[in-house]
Design a protein around this ligand. Sequence first.
Ligand SMILES: N[C@@H](CCC(=O)N[C@@H](CS)C(=O)NCC(=O)O)C(=O)O
Length: 216
Amino acid sequence: MITISAFKWVPEFAQGQVRDLRARWALEEAGLPYTTRLLEQGDQDKPDYRALQPFGQVPILEDGGLVLFESGAIVLHIGERCEALLPKDAGARSRAVQWLIAALNSIEPFVMDVARIDVFYQNEEWAKLRRPGAIEFVQKRLSALSRSLGDKPWLDGDRFTAGDLMMATVLRILKSTDIVTSDKRLAAYVERCTARPAFRRALDAQIGDFRKAASA
Ligand SMILES: N[C@@H](CCC(=O)N[C@@H](CS)C(=O)NCC(=O)O)C(=O)O
């Protein structure tokens, strides 16, 4: 059975945001059962884990003899077994990959610029000076994304793909700001993505693991 690594517990602000959610969501879309390898704080720096994930991060996926890190690679691997994530049609499949990479490469870095300031450096003088510029940049990217989405339900048109899964998880990082929700189209898009039963199950599973750890 597939195993996904995740943290046993994280502080409240990170609950529902940890990137194993992407893997869990993809597995739920694919209808594939999985187990979790839950890491205590510090486990990610131990040599056995670093041998599998050089940066000491979650998630990793273990599938038979295959070990993968990077949530994008993991979602694509799962997508090989799920047409809802990676369509069979060659063009549609390439476009799904394109949107997944756009989420990780053209949107997430700028989203993270804002998130890092808000979560870790809020009270630093340099962060107060940097924040407006970081917001302005991410808003430019999100306006372009919103224009490209237009009136379509999903990024590639009428069907949800792995690209939407990844984009929604990236946009959710800004949940505690109004940067995404102030754009009606993007707000409705994230709602549409996260209303999927597979997302709800994945989120419940991640939060459920944190609750179990907190009550143990
Ligand atoms: N690019 C990686 C990023 C993974 C990542 O940032 N994981 C975070 C949790 S959401 C983590 O493990 N942080 C601990 C650390 O970086 O030391 C991916 O998408 O898998």
